[in-house]
Design a binder for this molecule. Sequence first.
Ligand SMILES: [Zn+2]
Ligand SMILES: [Zn+2]
Length: 274
Amino acid sequence: MAKKKKRAPLPELPSGVWLFDSHCHLDMEDYSTDRLAVIQRAARAGVSKMMTIGIDLPSSRAALRLAESNPGIFCAVGIHPHSAAEADDAALTEISRLAQSVKVRAVGEIGLDYAKMHCPAEEQIIAFRRQLELAAELKLPVIIHDREAHEETMAILRQAAPFQQRGVMHCFSGDLTLAREVVDLGLYVSLPGVLTFNKTEALREVAREIPLESLIVETDAPFLTPAPYRGKRNEPAYALYTAQCLSEIRGITLAEVAAQTTLNCERLFTLEGK
Ligand SMILES: [Zn+2]
Ligand SMILES: [Zn+2]
């Protein structure tokens, strides 16, 4: 029988310091056999809080169920641009109903995805605008997904600004100029595991130059697994690899990165003291 391969050790946080995974999808099928183990592994490694994000109505409901049964898990409810066609009146009413739970800390993920174009751009734009309005009504921050749609996303956000409740550009994939525009709108920039890959100079520049007060980290698990697990299934504990990479780029300690990005998440999702 083949020997079980040993896991690479996770970067270690000093006691009393935690890391917040600002974006994962714990409801997905990928975790159907070991979801609880994944959550416990994260907690043991110090990734004790996480936001699990809805992409449509079923996943938003599932995200809320997970959040309601785990103290460290909070969630966002919303309709992803891939499913923009589903964002009709009934769906938005259901999103508002779900958002009455204190465990719902954001509307998302919402935005534009011109890379895959599962939905025509016009439909994506309508769904994005309507959910920005909904978030404002609900007084919740927004989690924005922008793939190859930087210009249009920023134009819509500028029209919707100022954001009373703030938000985050998740899985940031632009350059420093765009990151500065995002921060000027009062939004956070969320860095994914892509930061740990080779040849990501533009993203590394963002990680180096944007004030730490405006940065948070995420896994987007089960996707976008950081090195050394690139290509495998991602999980919230691996946010530590991205945080470590960020600390090396900035020449500060992992503990400093963890403390500040966690504080940022707590401010963004109004979880201070929770
Ligand atoms: Zn996304
Ligand atoms: Zn996502």
